[in-house]
Write a protein that binds this ligand. Structure first.
Ligand code: FAD
Length: 379
């Protein structure tokens, strides 16, 4: 693998970095404090083509690769974790399954608006009683004539309140061994019977919308079934493999922001007559943070490269997600430590990074589940 970014990847990096510094970072404190979803930022991101980076132009995308997309997530996440999470979820969970598994008609109808930034997508997998064990899905979809009638409940769904389309997983029958068949169904958010509540009070990523979804006799045409009717389970595993690359990239972005703040602070803050950056204890913390962030970034690029080149990437995306989120958490924690008491205060922003990055060890498969995924690939 060539570790130099291509011209196109470098262009994406420069463009997104500039946008993130100008448009996203200045709003980060407000977004965190108020929990307001940054609607206008997403409109601008749509206009710049950021919501369609990894999709072909014929589907409204920008025709970029997964590495470019991961770079964009890192830069947006570095500026604002909330915006970064909603961005990663919109692309990796909202739009990507339609690109991977949709028919040509579904792509034209559902993917084009999402990829071209005219709306956001969401992915409704988690339920109150089916989190890590997503196979325990209870939401049901029954075929009645030409329509699926869906009943059930989803929780913790990113972007749902602002989404145009939600891909919902539901049990559609039983296989020959009596096990539930899970399918994925595209549900436009203006469909009758769909209720979306966003009442969660969150620790971090507070400006990223997180919603509960109630489905009561929601009727959608049977053509809205996504991909293989019996392969919904495999489909969402593949979708999550891809999504993990973006959560890893987001972890790298948040951790990088924490590292830069910590370096600047360590150079400015004087104790015992010298900048604290002169103390070896502080230097070693910075060294570990920088090293782990760079290793995490390399793993993100490797997993993305494997995906782009059509090679298996399940294990590598789990490595990337697990390592980046845990190393990122350590880095953000040390950034607070380096700031001392000031780090505990909102004004210095490093405590926000710590609150935001905690989600990365939970969402799209907890750290424990990543270890299970890796172990399964090994034995
Ligand atoms: C802010 C936010 C955004 C989210 N966005 C989305 C979204 O857009 N779409 C979506 O579908 N979901 C989303 N989720 C849900 C998220 O993916 C789940 O919360 C996560 O998968 C964990 O499920 P759970 O919360 O039910 O925890 P549980 O599965 O109940 O886990 C509880 C604990 O038990 C551990 N555990 C569970 N099973 C095992 C096992 N077999 N071995 C060892 N340990 C185990 C877990 O690792 C964890 O530590 C989001 C969650 C949050 C908080």
């Amino acid at each position: 693998m060539n570790f130099e970014l291509t011209k196109e990847q470098q262009m994406v990096k420069d463009m997104v970095k500039e946008f993130a510094e100008k448009e996203v970072a200045p709003k980060a404190v407000h977004v965190d404090k108020t929990g307001e979803f940054p609607v206008q930022t997403f409109e601008k991101m749509g206009q710049l083509g950021l919501l369609g980076i990894p999709f072909p132009e014929k589907y409204g995308g920008s025709g970029g690769d997964t590495i470019s997309y991961a770079i964009a997530v890192e830069e947006i996440g570095k500026a604002c974790g909330s915006t970064g999470l909603s961005y990663a979820a919109a692309v990796s969970l909202g739009a990507s399954p339609i690109y991977y598994f949709g028919t040509e008609e579904q792509k034209q109808h559902f993917l084009v608006p999402l990829a071209s930034g005219k709306g956001l997508g969401a992915f409704g997998l988690t339920e109150p009683n089916a989190g890590s064990d997503a196979g325990g899905t209870r939401t049901k979809a029954v075929l009645e004539g030409d329509e699926y009638v869906i009943n059930g409940e989803k929780c913790f769904i990113t972007n749902a309140e602002y989404a145009k389309t939600i891909t919902v997983t539901a049990v559609t029958g039983k296989d020959e061994r009596g096990k539930n068949i899970i399918s994925a169904i595209l549900v436009p958010t203006d469909t009758a019977g769909l209720t979306i509540n966003s009442n969660y009070e969150k620790l971090g990523v507070r400006g990223s919308n997180t919603s509960e979804i109630i489905l009561e006799n929601v009727r959608v045409p049977k053509e809205n079934l996504l991909g293989d009717p019996t392969g919904g389970f495999k489909q969402f595993l593949y979708t999550l493999d891809g999504g993990r690359i973006s959560i890893a990239a987001l972890s790298v972005g948040i951790a990088q922001a924490a590292l830069e703040k910590a370096i600047n602070y360590a150079k400015e803050r004087t104790q015992f007559g010298q900048p604290i950056a002169k103390f070896q204890a502080i230097q070693f913390k910075l060294a570990d943070m920088a090293m782990e962030i760079e290793l995490a970034r390399n793993m993100v690029y490797k997993a993305a490269w494997l995906k782009d080149n059509g090679k298996p990437f399940t294990k590598e995306s789990a490595y990337a997600k697990l390592f980046a989120s845990e190393a990122g958490f350590r880095a953000c924690n040390q950034a607070v430590q380096i700031h001392g008491g000031y780090g505990y205060m909102r004004e210095y922003e490093v405590e926000r990074y710590l609150r935001d990055i905690k989600l990365m060890e939970i969402g799209e498969g907890t750290s424990e589940i990543q270890r299970l995924v890796i172990a399964r690939q090994l034995v």
